[in-house]
Design a protein around this ligand. Structure first.
Ligand SMILES: CSCCC(=O)C(=O)COP(=O)(O)O
Ligand SMILES: [Zn+2]
Length: 217
């Protein structure tokens, strides 16, 4: 479906939902120093042609303004005339939509995702096992283990984006960038938020477990 066929009402709903999520995450200090970016697909997913709303680059994400988002195509190019620049990391969003057909992608920088990504960075993934909140990823088996991929934090975003297909695990809706932050996604904004919250909880548990294990009894 072409972008012009998508109803204005649907586009407005998407922008409103994104703005609400942005405000909520900002209240949790998940966008320090203008970091982070959010996106949500508009219209149906078609690998040949899809569109999404994405945060404009470099904005203070704790503010709500008429210039917070723009619509882009599957290449991350603005689909309407605008002075706004899409997030510098839009290509990573494009790649996640292309590979998963998901409905929303959220990227945040937090202390816990930075610490854990560095601690396990050389291994290339973060092993997480036996913690109840793994069920937030719809993984219900007992003592389940997941591995959250960690990619190098190249300054060149296309070089990061081209590594995404090689590490994306369909069971694990997230990828860490080392010493940078996490991308989490879901079939819609509700699911992407649940996944992101679960990742952040799991990283905090892991961080505290590592400290406890290092402590003497
Ligand atoms: C000051 S944060 C550095 C860039 C970054 O990692 C980020 O998430 C924000 O970039 P954007 O272009 O989306 O504002
Ligand atoms: Zn970032």
């Amino acid at each position: 479906m072409g972008f012009e066929k998508i109803t204005l009402e649907h586009k407005r709903q998407v922008l409103e939902e994104l703005a609400d999520i942005k405000a909520l995450f900002a209240s949790r200090n998940w966008f320090p120093g203008t970091s982070g970016n959010l996106s949500m697909r508009v219209g149906e997913f078609d690998p040949e042609q899809f569109y999404f709303a994405v945060t404009a680059s470099g904005k203070d994400k704790s503010l709500r303004t008429p210039e917070d988002f723009l619509f882009v195509d599957k290449h991350g190019k603005a689909i309407e005339t605008t002075t706004l620049k899409p997030s510098a990391e839009t290509l990573i969003h494009c790649e996640i939509y292309r590979l998963t057909g998901c409905g929303a992608v959220f990227h945040v920088h937090t202390v816990f995702n930075n610490l854990i990504s560095e601690f396990f960075g050389a291994e290339g993934s973060v092993p997480i096992q036996g913690i109840e909140l793994i069920k937030a990823f719809n993984i219900w088996e007992e003592n389940a283990e997941i591995r959250v991929p960690v990619l190098p934090n190249f300054a060149d975003i296309p070089s990061i984006a081209e590594l995404v297909p090689g590490v994306l695990d369909p069971k694990v809706p997230g990828i860490l960038l080392r010493n940078h932050g996490i991308y989490a996604w879901g079939k819609d904004a509700f699911e992407a938020k649940r996944h992101l919250e679960a990742f952040e909880f799991l990283f905090e548990v892991m961080y505290r477990q590592l400290l406890l294990k290092g402590a003497s009894k």
